[in-house]
Design a protein around this ligand. Structure first.
Ligand code: ZN
Length: 178
């Protein structure tokens, strides 16, 4: 049984270790959808398809660092404004080294967009591969990365050198900071 985000991700991206993995991932996603009903696109849910959630559209490092935490905050705010059943996620992706989380309309006075904004900003200094604090940014296709992931990439890919990465100055985020 898959019980954590890291187990889910290693099941998804690691070697298949047993044939039940797909079913286990679906069970895990079903549990996610119980906590966050909007995490699965409505048409998937209607068809009983639990093979994918919007968290699967997020960079692995970001998902590990704050994926579920972000969902919890959104859900809490939706419950507060009584908007759980109406809320829809339209798109989750990475653009210009930053998370982009696009929702359908929400009541003007809700804090949904502030929550999303906070995590989008946080993503800019969170390693896309492992979720640690990013201290580098790749050039060309820009992505935030930590030092150990940069070193691993340079080791793994012959065409990459230190020149392909620039140092960035991470912004620290404190709890409750707007
Ligand atoms: Zn990293």
């Amino acid at each position: 049984m898959i019980t954590s985000e890291s187990e889910y991700l290693s099941s998804l991206y690691g070697k298949e270790t047993h044939e039940n993995e797909k079913v286990e991932r679906e069970e895990y996603n079903k549990a996610l959808a119980k906590r966050f009903p909007w995490i699965i696109p409505p048409e998937y849910k209607k068809n009983g398809y639990y093979g994918w959630t919007w968290l699967d559209a997020m960079e692995i490092g970001w998902r590990l660092a704050f994926g579920v935490q972000m969902c919890e905050e959104i859900q809490k705010e939706l419950e507060r404004i009584n908007y759980v059943d109406e809320y829809v996620v339209l798109d989750v992706k990475e653009k210009w080294a930053e998370l982009r989380w696009t929702s359908g309309g929400v009541p003007i006075k809700s804090k949904i967009f502030d929550i999303i904004d906070k995590y989008e900003k946080m993503s800019k200094t969170t390693c896309v591969d492992c979720g640690k604090q990013a201290t580098y940014e790749s050039t060309g296709y820009i992505l935030p990365l930590c030092e150990s992931c940069v070193e691993r990439l340079i080791k793994d890919y012959d065409y990459l050198t230190k020149d392909n990465f620039v140092r960035i100055h991470p912004v620290m985020f404190n709890e409750g900071e707007e």
